[in-house]
Structure formats: C-alpha cells, structure tokens
Design a protein around this ligand. Structure first.
Ligand code: UD1
Ligand code: CA
Length: 444
C-alpha cells in the first residue's frame, strides 16, 4: 500500500454541546471521541496523522499527543469551513505522497476498513473518493448528486433545492484525496454558499470540471453516526455499549442482563467471565478467565485474576490487583492494593495502599488507615493472617504471616508472625450494677 496521511478535523465550535469543554473531548466508553478517530487512522496504517484543532484547545492538543506520538497539530483560528480547516495542515499536504484522508473528530465509529477502502479507490485512480451512506433521514447531510454511476457534485443541505433534498444518498463526511492534486483542488474552493464557508465537499465538482476521476464508496450509516449535541452523545454511547456487549458475549463472556453492563473502550475480559446485572467498568480494567463480577459493582484501573469473585456491591479503584480465587465482597473498597491468592475481604471494608498475602482473612469492617491528611502509608498483611472484625490498621504497619488481630483493635505497631495482637479496652464486668442503677433512679 502507498503512503497514507490522515488529517482529522476537530476545530468546529460544537456550540450545540453547550459545554465549556471542546466537543471532541466528550467521552464515549471513557475515551474522548477524538481518540476513536486517531485510533482508526492508526489502525488503517496511516504513516502521518495530523489534527486541526480550535484556538486555545490545549487539552485537545494534549490528547492528540498522548494518543499518537509524532502527530502534528495545527490550529484553525476561525471556523471558515471544512476545506479551510484542512488547509491549516498545509505543510503536511505539501509533502504528502500517496493518499490523503480527511476524517472528522465528531464521527467516532469510522472503521479502519472504511479508511482502507477509500484509500484503495484513490490508488485505483480517483483524485477524490467520497464515503456515501443512506441515513434514516437525510436532513442535515450533504447529498450526492449523481449522473448514472458517476458522482457529479455534493450539495450541502442548506444549499440544496427541494428536488435535491429528496436524494437519499448522502455524504458520510470522510473523504480521500490523491496527494498529487489535493492542494490545488482545495485552493480552488470558494465560499459562495449559504453559510459563506469553504466546503471540502466542493472538491467533487471541481475535480469533475478538471477531468479528474471521482469515486464513491458506500458504507453503513452506523459508521458515520455524528455527535453534535448531548442527546447524540448519549446515542453514541448506547451504540458503543451495544457493540461492546455483543463482542464480549461472542468472545465467551456471560452477561446476565447485557443492557445493564457498561464497558470502557479498553475493558478486557477473559473467557467464561460471568457478569451479573448492573456492573460498570470504568477505564483500565482487565478480568481474567473464569472470574465472576457480581451485581452492582464498579471497577476502575483494576485487574482481577482467574476465578476471583468480586461483589455484589464492590468497588475496585485504580491499582486494585485481585489475586486468583480471591474474594472481595459487599460494600468493600480496594485501592492500590494487592489481594493475594484465595484471600478474603468479604464485608464492609476499606483496603488502600496495601499488600494482603495469600489466604489471609480480613474481617468485616476492617479499615486500613492509610492517610494522615498529608501522605499515604502502606499496610502489609502476611499470608494466612486473620484480622478480626472492626479493626483499624494504622499505617505504616506490618502484620506478620499467620498473625491474629483481635476484633475491634486499633493496631498501631507491627505484629510478629503467628502472634495475637489485641488493641482495645479490656472488658470490665460489674455484677448487678444495672439493676442497682435502675433502683436508684426510681427513688429520685
Ligand atoms: C459535513 C459535510 C456533509 C456531510 C456531514 C456528515 C462538509 C462541508 N459537509 O457536514 O456533506 O454530510 O459532514 O456528517 O464537509 N470543522 C472544522 N473547521 C471548520 C468546520 C468544520 O474543524 O471550519 C470540523 C468540525 O469540527 C467537524 C467536521 O469538521 O468535526 C465537520 O464539520 P460540521 O460543521 O460538523 O459539518 P456538517 O455540517 O456535519
Ligand atoms: Ca457534524
């Protein structure tokens, strides 16, 4: 395949989002939507990726840099149309060879395969290749004007006549260009239209006038579903989730109530994982084969090893590393902590900045007191240790292998292996005291 340059347009104002955040940073499956376009370009084998962003959008710039090392970023100071936006990447266009693809940052579901099909149309001789699609309702989209099989021009919705508005075949948005002619074509585009913008879509009529070949590649509407407001953002999320749920099930994961389970873009689940209803996977979660995530659990930045059981009602926060066949039960929170093989943290517990050895049993209501308001401190619990219910472990602290902690202890000093530590007031009993007390009160 020849060289592939991708220019992603992300400078539109996105005012319909009614947001202080640039539109392309709004997330789908926990990933800013621009990330999807960058990844698709990458997956299609683009050797150059450039983005055109809005002025002052430093967070967009940072995202581009994080997603693709070496990506070039250009700023479009004023919104003057899609062709004007592409021209902001002039240095890239000037040295481009092979195929130049223009993607939009607000259509996150474009696949690498479609990018590849458009690129091939250019390799086979087209100067311009357009992705055609048939949306349920064509209103708002550019219409493809054809003469037989030949694409003659694209007319934007606002500029279309009543007859043209009846055309169902629409412009999906992304377009491919032959690098040899792209710059001359874009420079020839004017702004004589309803919006006074420089439309990239004008390139089609211009190419025809210059006797250059134009091709249409038909794609599914789903791929170019665009996000312009928060209602469409929610619909994009729904579409993303439906795709992920299906993919998870087909790869061997049991979802008891698929419509209630939410995934992130990077959620990884092994074979025979079972997920009960109402589970949320924030970014960075990996679950190994055979593990079970029970109802109403929230996981983020966590790994769960084979056969472990999480929940119901568990919260795994970043750095939670749950060992094989370990258990984290209801109303337990685990953060930055390794839970060893077969260890049990079953009820109402907070484990943070800790290491818990294999087979240890952490009683109900145990708290690792890891924070003094300034710094975080670690707790180490040895293999096979038994921490009695309602204990506070004041870090930094180390509890030796096989040690016992009496229930209700506030443990401030290290405990030796196999020792018993009890750190609570000793029980005092005064026989008959309560009855005598009541008598005194009655006489008063
Ligand atoms: C565009 C197409 C239309 C197509 C539709 C598919 C043009 C002129 N029209 O219309 O034919 O049916 O997509 O969704 O291309 N942008 C900039 N700078 C600008 C203008 C736009 O960066 O000056 C970016 C936007 O951020 C957006 C993309 O280009 O990501 C498309 O612009 P938008 O205004 O959304 O175009 P549509 O009206 O949707
Ligand atoms: Ca749009």
């Amino acid at each position: 395949m020849s060289h592939l340059t991708t220019i992603i347009l992300a400078a539109g104002e996105g005012t319909r989002m009614r947001s202080a955040r640039p539109k392309v940073l709004h997330e789908i499956g926990g990933l800013p939507m621009l990330g999807f376009s960058i990844r698709a370009a990458h997956a299609a084998g683009a050797d150059t990726i450039a983005a055109v962003i809005g002025p002052g959008h430093d967070a967009v710039r940072a995202l581009v840099a994080a997603e693709h090392e070496g990506a070039e970023v250009f700023v479009q100071d004023e919104r003057r149309g899609t062709a004007h936006a592409v021209l902001q990447a002039r240095p890239v266009l000037e040295r481009a060879e092979g195929v130049v693809i223009v993607l939009f940052g607000d259509t996150p579901f474009v696949t690498a395969e479609t990018i590849d099909r458009l690129a091939r149309a250019v390799e086979e001789g087209a100067a311009v290749a357009v992705a055609g699609m048939r949306p349920p309702s064509p209103a708002g989209y550019g219409r493809l004007l054809t003469d037989g099989d030949r694409l003659v021009a694209i007319v934007e919705d606002r500029d279309a006549s009543e007859d043209e508005k009846r055309i169902g075949l629409c412009n999906g948005g992304l377009m491919a260009f032959d690098a040899k002619s792209v710059l001359a074509l874009l420079e020839a585009i004017g702004d004589d239209n309803a919006q006074g913008e420089f439309y990239l879509t004008e390139a089609v009529a211009l190419a025809n006038r210059q006797g250059l070949a134009v091709a249409t590649v038909e794609i599914g509407f789903d791929e170019v579903f665009g996000v312009n407001d928060r209602a469409q953002l929610a619909e994009a999320e729904t579409r993303f989730q439906e795709g992920r749920r299906r993919a998870a099930m087909l790869s061997g994961v049991t979802l008891m109530a698929p419509e209630t389970v939410f995934f992130s873009h990077d959620t990884r689940l092994g074979q025979d994982v079972t997920i009960e209803p109402n589970v949320f996977f924030a970014p960075g979660v990996e679950v190994a084969p055979g593990a079970t995530i029970r109802a109403f659990s929230h996981l983020e930045g966590a790994t769960v090893a084979e056969g472990a059981v999480i929940g119901p009602y568990a919260r795994l926060r970043p750095g939670a590393d749950i060992g094989r066949k370990a258990r984290v039960g209801n109303f337990c929170e685990v953060k930055k902590a390794e839970i060893g093989e077969g260890a049990k943290v079953n009820h109402l517990t907070y484990i943070g900045d800790a290491t818990i050895g294999a087979g240890a049993n952490i009683g109900a209501g145990t708290i690792t007191c890891n924070y003094d308001g300034f710094s975080k401190f670690r707790t180490n619990i040895g293999a096979g240790a038994f921490v009695g219910s309602n204990s506070s472990l004041v870090a930094p602290i180390s509890i030796g292998e096989g040690a016992y902690i009496g229930s209700g202890s506030v443990v401030t000093d290290d405990v030796a292996p196999d020792a018993l530590a009890v750190a609570r007031g000793r029980q005092v009993e005064k026989p008959g005291w309560a009855a005598a007390f009541r008598e005194r009160q009655k006489k008063k």
